[in-house]
Write a protein that binds this ligand. Structure first.
Ligand SMILES: Cc1cc2nc3c(=O)[nH]c(=O)nc-3n(C[C@H](O)[C@H](O)[C@H](O)COP(=O)(O)OP(=O)(O)OC[C@H]3O[C@@H](n4cnc5c(N)ncnc54)[C@H](O)[C@@H]3O)c2cc1C
Length: 263
């Protein structure tokens, strides 16, 4: 079964040259890509069964540029699809023929490492693994570990609420993200949450996490980091009944922290 993409808006496509020129005034230099050959790299995400070149690719590198692009697009009735590393397996970063593909690949700086508060403030294009690598020298790491962590971006992780094996014990992305800067589709820049898990008001981070780029473009993320355990060992336990190893482990003399993973 194939999925039909929405019909492209011909009125928007007929203004393509004008739109590209306007975007170039916001993101100068090589930040706007409109040649068919160069846009091929963006025509799909990890769900390669579906391919669609965008109308134009825009690669901003500041929050202000993102805000201006979104404001312009909303004013002109142009759709926008944000993209991190493009490893999504759900087609979330699949472009639209009449839309702007907004790549966050240039947002790849870690802005702050705060060991006292056990947080890292990072731009969305930084890979998941790079966060752990940046704090490894001090014995810390970032827990959620999708198996694409060498390539996927932390912005994509937030947008998809990604997880991996560590999440059995430490929770998904939503349990490890404390705050963000997000640009709404009208160009408004919001700061949500902060360095603490305890914030007054509604849990807006809970709404943004897993929103697949539909609520805005995330331009900064504050994640919590954890201290590495003193040791980690692989254990294989066999049993004819699935609950027995778990029960044995719970009653064992292993540290409470590791037994918690089985609850
Ligand atoms: C080999 C492989 C293994 C994988 N393993 C796992 C796994 O173990 N666990 C798991 O959960 N997933 C896994 N995935 C899926 C994928 O890697 C994750 O969903 C990852 O979080 C996507 O990140 P990305 O940067 O590639 O996002 P993209 O694919 O670029 O985008 C994903 C979605 O996020 C949105 N988005 C991206 N950046 C932003 C932003 N800055 N602001 C707003 N919206 C944004 C996009 O619009 C899109 O909807 C795997 C994928 C592959 C190819």
């Amino acid at each position: 079964m194939s999925i039909m993409m929405p019909a492209a808006d011909q009125a928007v496509l007929s203004r393509r040259a004008e739109i590209v020129a306007a975007l170039r005034t916001i993101v100068p230099g090589e930040g706007v890509i409109d040649s068919a050959a160069e846009m091929l790299a963006y025509e799909s995400d990890g769900l390669t069964a579906y391919r669609q070149p965008p109308m134009v690719v825009v690669l901003p590198d500041t929050t202000e540029q993102v805000a201006k692009v979104l404001k312009y697009c909303q004013g002109q009735g142009i759709k926008v699809v944000p993209r991190g590393s493009g490893t999504s397996l759900s087609g979330g970063a699949l472009p639209l023929a009449d839309g702007v593909l907004l790549g966050l690949g240039k947002f790849k700086r870690i802005r702050e490492i705060d060991f006292d508060n056990r947080v890292v403030v990072t731009e969305p294009g930084v890979t998941n693994l790079a966060i752990s690598q940046a704090v490894a020298h001090a014995g810390f790491y970032y827990a959620p570990d999708p198996s694409s962590q060498i390539a996927c971006s932390i912005g994509g992780n937030v947008a998809e609420n990604s997880g991996g094996v560590h999440c059995l014990k430490y929770g998904m992305t939503t349990n490890n993200v404390l705050g963000c800067e997000i640009v709404l589709m009208n160009g408004e820049i919001l700061r949500i949450g902060g360095k603490s898990a305890e914030n007054a008001g509604y849990d807006l981070m809970g709404i943004i996490t897993g929103s697949e780029g539909l609520l805005g473009v995330i331009t900064e993320i504050t994640v919590r980091i954890l201290q590495k355990p003193e040791t980690a060992r692989a254990l294989m336990v066999a049993s004819p009944r699935s609950r027995r190893p778990a029960n044995a482990w719970r009653g064992s003399s292993a540290p409470a922290s590791s037994r918690a993973a089985w609850r």
